[in-house]
Ligand binder design. Structure first.
Ligand code: F6P
Length: 343
């Protein structure tokens, strides 16, 4: 078989571990494994695929990024983009494994509905693809958030300051909530459970009245500025898949300015940004990516197309692509309540 593999959307630590699993299993069984460059972009014009060799896959399990390259590419922009990809799959490949987030899986589902032999793999450090407990990249991201909070705590305490830490999380608060819990954040603000600016300031004031003149306030980038009394920037309405640049709205800076103004604290802001996505994956991400990569390969060989391996209660199971293609998995009340216990 000629099995294509692509990574689409934002990169995430662990992608190479998934590519390695698919590649090494394919080579072991005598298949040709074709690495498609730069996500869907590598299929829409010239076919941009190269057969992977054992040497390509050596030593990559611990490397961040993606050896295939990736792109935020809106397939609906070039005329007939989706149909051109369908044609390229038909002409060059017997199967395609698409590793990516919700947007990628929506496209994969569309392709599979039209008979393309596509299998997905769940990746997004936002960890919000529906139907799976984990996505590639999430564990590394929350470890980076936790380590950053450990470091920021010592300086916040020394200077009696409030430090606002903005994390990734375009639509949901998984990274802020779980990274914040692990790093002992003093307050965690996420899109799923809106609170007002007054409540945030009140919390830092209450801590000060208890003798805790410092606070680490973690804010997910996707928190609605309007719910905090700010004005949403027009950039939010970007229609391109890469057009929604939440970090540029500056929700962290907005919260920091208000705490300074209303609470009279000395405040600093740290936007963790792409530090959460770069560098070496954790052992958990390497293992998880290997498990879902291997399961995707098995699905391809078994001809189970239109499916995606997901993890539920620590078991990897196959789910229909359609079941992960709509909406986001939100942080549940039980996790949020934990975030609010600690002051
Ligand atoms: O979707 C994952 C994500 O990391 C979001 O949390 C973040 O908003 C976005 O990607 C950043 O994307 P880019 O790398 O295109 O700026």
């Amino acid at each position: 078989m000629r099995i294509g593999v692509l990574t689409a959307g934002g990169d995430a630590p662990g992608l190479n571990a998934a590519i390695r699993a698919i590649g090494e299993m394919g080579l072991r069984d005598g298949h040709e494994v074709i690495g498609i460059a730069n996500g869907w972009a590598g299929l829409v014009d010239e076919f941009n695929g190269t057969a992977l060799t054992a040497a390509d896959l050596r030593g990559v399990i611990g490397q961040g990024g993606t050896l295939l390259g990736t792109a935020r590419f809106n397939l609906d922009k070039p005329p007939g983009g989706r149909d051109r990809v369908l044609a390229a799959i038909g002409e060059h490949l017997d199967a395609l494994v698409a590793i990516g987030g919700d947007g990628t899986q929506r496209i994969s589902n569309w392709m599979a509905d039209r008979g393309a032999p596509v299998v997905g793999v769940p990746k997004t450090l936002d960890n919000d693809i529906p139907g799976t407990d984990y996505c590639i990249g999430f564990d590394t991201a929350i470890n980076i958030v936790a380590e950053s909070l450990d470091r920021l705590h010592t300086t916040a305490i020394s200077h009696h300051r409030v430090i606002v830490v903005e994390t990734m999380g375009r639509s949901t608060g998984w990274v802020a909530a779980m990274g914040g819990l692990a790093g002992g954040a003093d307050m965690i603000v996420i899109p799923e459970f809106p609170i007002t600016m007054d409540e945030i300031v009140e919390h830092t004031n209450r801590r000060r009245s208890l003798g805790l003149a410092y606070s680490l306030v973690v804010v997910a980038e996707g928190v609605g500025l309007d719910t905090l009394g700010g004005i949403e920037s027009s950039e939010l309405s970007g229609e391109n898949v890469g057009g929604v640049r939440h970090a540029t709205r500056g929700v962290g800076y907005f919260v920091a300015a208000k705490i300074e103004e209303q609470g009279g604290f000395e405040v600093r802001t740290t936007v963790l940004g792409h530090l959460q996505r770069g560098g070496s994956p954790t052992a958990h991400d390497r293992i998880f990516a290997t498990r879902v990569g291997a399961a995707a390969y098995d699905a391809v060989v078994a001809g189970k197309f239109g499916m995606i391996p997901v993890v539920r209660d620590d078991n990897v199971v196959l789910a229909p692509l359609a079941s992960v293609s709509e909406g986001q998995r939100k942080v549940p009340r039980e996790i949020y309540d934990l975030c609010t216990i600690f002051f």
